[in-house]
Design a protein around this ligand. Structure first.
Ligand code: ADP
Ligand code: MG
Length: 240
């Protein structure tokens, strides 16, 4: 059974229809990279999965069950999200940013949460920055804290919305490297990114989205070398 399924999903903000009939599915362990022009609905697609945005019609199923038949807090625990602008709490240390959910959502004691948070910071190479505040960290380090925080919830699926777009070019690599490790460990990942190096090396499938529709999907090499749609070809030419 697929881990994640979109079944004819439509979504709009007021009069503006953004998602126009999305049907797709992902299996466990898949790494799906979504690319497409600004405004094509990529962020909206991700936000619908953990119900930050409601859909108008169709359905989204996680592990065979509609996300609307699930407890919202359970859903947010099972689906981790990493944002372009990190969304860290500025008044909390790196460690505290990770322990917060462990205590509130997973019910860990203070000691359990600290130990587990340390393990997750170690996993993203930041054990030595546990007591630093976001303002003391580089963008790449902040994003790795964001990833550790999402991983601490022990999610089944990770959503990444342009995780490296706010970073200086020299800091992109450290975040991409953590994402590659995660993929190698078998994490199911739905990633919006323009990092074509990551897509080519790691994606099991590349999807080109335009104007609220999934225009074309396939193995990254196939899309790069032999796109079927002119719109895909034009977009990829501009990226590479
Ligand atoms: P992408 O991530 O591909 O750039 P988005 O999903 O962010 O696209 O946006 C798709 C469309 O929806 C855009 O036209 C955008 O202006 C609009 N939109 C996004 N978020 C909102 C919102 N909260 N309220 C109203 N319109 C929105
Ligand atoms: Mg976006």
């Amino acid at each position: 059974m697929s881990l994640l399924e979109f079944d004819d999903v439509y979504q709009s903000y007021g009069d503006e229809e953004v998602l126009k009939g999305i049907t797709a599915s992902m299996d466990r362990g898949d790494v799906e990279v979504v690319i497409g022009p600004s405004g094509s609905g990529k962020s909206t697609l991700l936000r619908c999965v953990n119900r930050l945005t409601d859909i108008d019609s169709g359905d989204i199923r996680l592990d065979g069950t509609s996300i609307y038949d699930r407890d919202e807090n359970d859903l947010r625990r099972q689906v981790g999200m990493v944002f372009q602008d990190f969304n860290l709490f500025a008044h909390l240390t790196a460690l505290e940013n990770v322990t917060l959910g462990l205590r509130r959502v997973r019910g860990f004691t203070k000691e359990e949460a600290r130990a587990d948070a340390h393990d997750h910071l170690e996993r993203v190479g930041l054990a030595d920055q546990a007591d630093s505040y976001p303002a003391e960290l580089s963008g790449g380090q902040k994003q790795r804290v964001g990833i550790a925080r999402a991983l601490a919830m022990d999610p089944e699926l990770m959503l990444f919305d342009e995780p490296t777009s706010a970073l200086d070019p020299e800091l992109v690599g450290e975040v991409v490297s953590v994402m590659r490790d995660l993929a190698d460990e078998g994490m199911t990942m739905l990633v919006v990114t323009h990092e074509m190096g990551f897509a080519r090396s790691t994606a099991s499938r590349l999807t080109f989205m335009d104007d609220g529709k999934l225009v074309e999907q396939g193995p990254p090499d196939r899309l790069f070398e032999a796109p079927e749609h002119e719109r895909t070809a034009r977009f990829l030419r501009r990226l590479t």
